[in-house]
Write a protein that binds this ligand. Sequence first.
Ligand code: TXA
Ligand code: MG
Length: 339
Amino acid sequence: MKTLKLDAINDYENAVNIASEILVSGGIVAVPTETVYGLAASAFSDDAIRSVFTAKGRPQDNPLIVHIASTSMLGDIAKDIPEVAYECAKAFWPGPFTMVLPKGDKIADSVSGGLQTVAVRFPSEKTICDIIIKSGLPLAAPSANTSGKPSPTSASHVIDDLDGKIDAVVIGGDCAVGVESTVVSLIGESPRLLRPGAVTPQQLRKVLPNLVIDDAVLEQLKDGQTAASPGMKYKHYAPRTNAILVEGCSNSFVKFVNEKTDCAAICFEEEYYNILVPKISYGSKRDEFTLAQKVFSVLRDIDDLGVKEVYIHAPSKDGVGLAVYNRLIRACGFNVVTL
Ligand code: TXA
Ligand code: MG
């Protein structure tokens, strides 16, 4: 299959129109959002959703997020919607926030991988919202990467993974947030944080004071434990190089990596010039927004360093740092060294 490249930077309207036409006729199109690029398909079409799973090589039981372009579309996606969902929508939409609710009847079963629930998000990025409005469709869209690889934060990441496997890619700029949306389940007794993102626990608790943080956010599931969010049980974001997350202060991190051989370091800007092995900085340790923006692109660059092992300096778990830590601990297969 030839993948059409639609240039939304220089010819926005044409890109939005063609992407919408392809989606209406059952095709699949990668589109930028403020978090990461998504691989979109009509949430009403089982066939289109199946093509998304095939193109990504995604396990069938890992459900997708449905994207809408106004809170008024929520009634088409979910049912028995609790009042608190509207309070969350008011506080966090449009933006990097996803809610899990009881699934509406019109949504294709394959979207939810067999669950009776559905995840829904109203993004703030204009391109995907304009495509939703133009096509008249809610769009199911997982991240537009090959399953298991780091999520794509630029069009070139999407092309590296999916060229020839999808109908089109809408080429926009790099994603502003850089990590996927915060996912909160509103099913069950207490609201539950399933995946941390740019909307932080502190912000969530202003609307959801009894929020519970799911164990899987920071810990590996034990054998036989079922995941509240199926996506959390799979190996994720991992480079081919053996990656190890390192906790400790800057001085001890620098000393630790400088004593190693055949390794590289993913470090903070503050440490960069003191590190003697191959290295990539992912931003200042005091700026978790930049760390979030860069983390996936750095994970993609690791394999080019040509070393046996890479040591990644762990960010603080405060604010958006929790989301960065959550992605890195998965990329490292829960392999952590504390100095
Ligand atoms: O920022 C984002 O959310 C991006 C952009 C494209 O919007 N999308 C994204 O999709 O990250 P994906 O498929 O890579 O991740 C969806 C996550 C998975 O961890 C999945 O298990 C969880 O959401 N999820 C989806 N539906 C669910 C459901 N009904 N119940 C529990 N978890 C669900
Ligand atoms: Mg993903």
